[in-house]
Design a protein around this ligand. Structure first.
Ligand SMILES: Cc1cc2nc3c(=O)[nH]c(=O)nc-3n(C[C@H](O)[C@H](O)[C@H](O)COP(=O)(O)O)c2cc1C
Length: 248
C-alpha cells in the first residue's frame, strides 16, 4: 500500500539546521503552524501550553549561545569521541563523519538557532512552555497533587507539549517550511531559569521545555538518520515477543 499524503509528510519531516536567510517566514504561516499545534490532544483538553514567537535577533543570539555552550560542554568535553563516532556510525562518508563531529564538538552545529545570516540561521524561533501545575485534572483541589500521591499525571503537561510541538513541526513540513526541534538550551535547569527570566516566563509555574526553529531550508534534506522498523521496536502482548507485522 502506498503512503498517503499524511504519511509522506510524517516521513519527509527532517531536522533542518541550515536556512535560506533570504526568505522570511510570514506571520500568516507562523499563525497556521501554531494553530495546528493547538489541535494536539491534551489531558481534559486543558491545552497546557504557551508559545513565544521570537524574531528579535538579540534574543535569538542569547538562546542560541546557550545552546552552543552546552553543546561544547556535552559533546566537546563530556562525551568521549569514540561514543560520538558510534552514534554517528550511520554516516558512510568519512569526510562527512569528520565534518559532523567537528561541528558538534565545536558547537557550530547549533549556531542556526541564533538566526544569523552568516550561519544560515532560522528567521523564527518558537519557545514552548508548559504549565507545570497541569496534572490532567481540572479540579482545583487536585491540581498540583499528582506528584505527592504517586500519580504520574504531572507528566501530562510535558507529554501534551511534545505532541503540540510535533504537530507544529509536521504542519511546517506540510507548508513547505523547514524546522528543527531543540532542547539543548533547556536541558540544564540554570538555562531554563535564565531563558525564563529573559523572556518573562512565569517560572516555575510555566516551564520552557523545547524550541522549534522555522524557516525555508537552504538545502533539500530528505534522508534523515535511519529509523528502526516496527519489527525492532514493537512487541506482541509481552515485552520481548517480536511483532512481525508484514510490510505491505
Ligand atoms: C526532545 C528532542 C530534543 C532535541 N534536541 C535537539 C537540539 O538540542 N538541537 C538540535 O539541533 N536538534 C535536536 N533535536 C532534533 C533531533 O536531533 C532530530 O530530530 C533527530 O536526530 C532525527 O533527525 P530528523 O528529525 O531529521 O529525522 C531534538 C529532538 C527532540 C525530539
Amino acid at each position: 500500500m502506498d503512503d498517503n499524503e499524511t504519511l509522506r509528510t510524517i516521513k519527509n519531516r527532517r531536522a533542518i539546521r541550515d536556512y535560506d536567510t533570504s526568505r522570511d517566514v510570514p506571520d500568516e504561516l507562523v499563525y497556521k503552524v501554531i494553530e495546528a499545534g493547538g489541535y494536539a490532544p491534551s489531558a481534559e483538553n486543558q491545552q497546557p501550553w504557551r508559545i513565544i514567537v521570537i524574531r528579535d535577533k538579540k534574543l535569538q543570539e542569547f538562546i542560541g549561545q546557550i545552546a552552543v555552550n552546552r553543546t561544547i560542554e556535552l559533546f566537546g568535553r563530556a562525551t568521549p569521541r569514540q561514543e560520538i563516532e558510534r552514534r554517528l556510525s550511520y554516516i558512510q562518508s568519512k569526510a562527512s563523519l569528520e565534518r559532523t563531529i567537528d561541528i558538534l564538538i565545536s558547537g557550530e552545529r547549533f549556531e542556526y538557532i541564533k538566526g544569523k545570516p552568516e550561519t544560515n540561521g532560522a528567521p523564527v524561533l518558537l519557545v514552548l512552555a508548559v504549565d507545570q501545575t497541569h496534572v490532567g485534572n481540572s479540579q482545583p483541589t487536585l491540581r498540583g497533587t499528582g506528584g505527592v500521591y504517586g500519580w504520574s499525571s504531572p507528566r501530562h503537561a510535558i507529554i501534551a507539549g511534545a505532541m503540540m510541538l510535533q504537530n507544529m513541526a509536521l504542519a511546517a513540513t506540510s507548508l513547505g517550511l523547514g524546522s528543527c526541534v531543540s532542547s539543548v538550551q533547556l536541558d540544564h535547569f540554570d538555562d531554563v531559569r535564565a531563558i525564563s527570566e529573559k523572556l518573562g516566563i512565569p517560572h516555575p509555574h510555566w516551564v520552557p521545555i523545547l524550541c522549534l526553529t522555522l524557516g525555508y531550508a537552504k538545502y533539500e534534506r530528505t534522508l534523515g538518520p535511519p529509523r528502526q522498523p516496527p519489527e525492532e521496536v514493537a512487541f506482541v502482548n509481552k515485552w520481548g515477543s517480536q511483532f512481525k507485522g508484514a510490510k505491505r
